[in-house]
Design a protein around this ligand. Structure first.
Ligand SMILES: [Mg+2]
Length: 165
């Protein structure tokens, strides 16, 4: 359930540090990680971060439980592959992404804003789990409910060996 790394936002994650950990591929969540769940607007910071990651030779793949057109649009703009309908925390979407980018488990990190989908899924496959703060907190009630549960875990983070970026 626990992340290995935490960051305030995706663009705070250092490409060189990922590289030094042997990471060659990063699976990225869409909603509230790359863009707000309420919009399709990519910030300059996120675009720059994607370019930095690519420049370091790290492959990217978006894996989203979302099924809307928005995902394909964002993937096209960023020029990265996307796996939709992923049903995270199920393993299938993550495995498909690793096949697309051609990385092994120990070379793959997962970046997302939700413990019960992104982080749990990453841990089930022994991928490097990285938790970021969600971009938009005005979410549907089901997601908010999950977050209340998540915060109980977050409160215990200080007891764990978690790196902050
Ligand atoms: Mg998300």
């Amino acid at each position: 359930m626990y992340p290995k790394i935490c960051a305030a936002a995706i663009h705070e994650i250092d490409a060189l540090k990922l590289k030094s950990k042997g990471i060659k591929g990063v699976i990225v969540d869409l909603d509230n990680t790359l863009v707000s769940s309420k919009s399709e607007h990519l910030t300059e910071e996120v675009r720059d971060w994607v370019e930095r990651i690519k420049k370091e030779g790290i492959s990217l793949c978006i894996v989203s439980n979302n099924w809307q057109k928005k995902g394909k649009k964002i993937a096209k703009i960023l020029d990265v592959p996307i796996v939709m309908f992923a049903f995270k925390p199920r393993k299938r979407g993550f495995k498909t992404a690793m096949r697309i980018i051609g990385t092994k488990r120990h070379e793959t990190a997962v970046i997302g804003d939700q413990i019960f989908t992104d982080i749990l899924g990453a841990n089930r496959l022994m991928l490097l789990p990285i938790l970021v703060e969600p971009l938009n907190l005005n979410e549907p009630i089901q997601t908010r409910f999950l977050r209340v549960l998540e915060y109980r875990f977050v409160n215990r983070f200080h007891e764990k060996d978690i790196e902050w970026m």
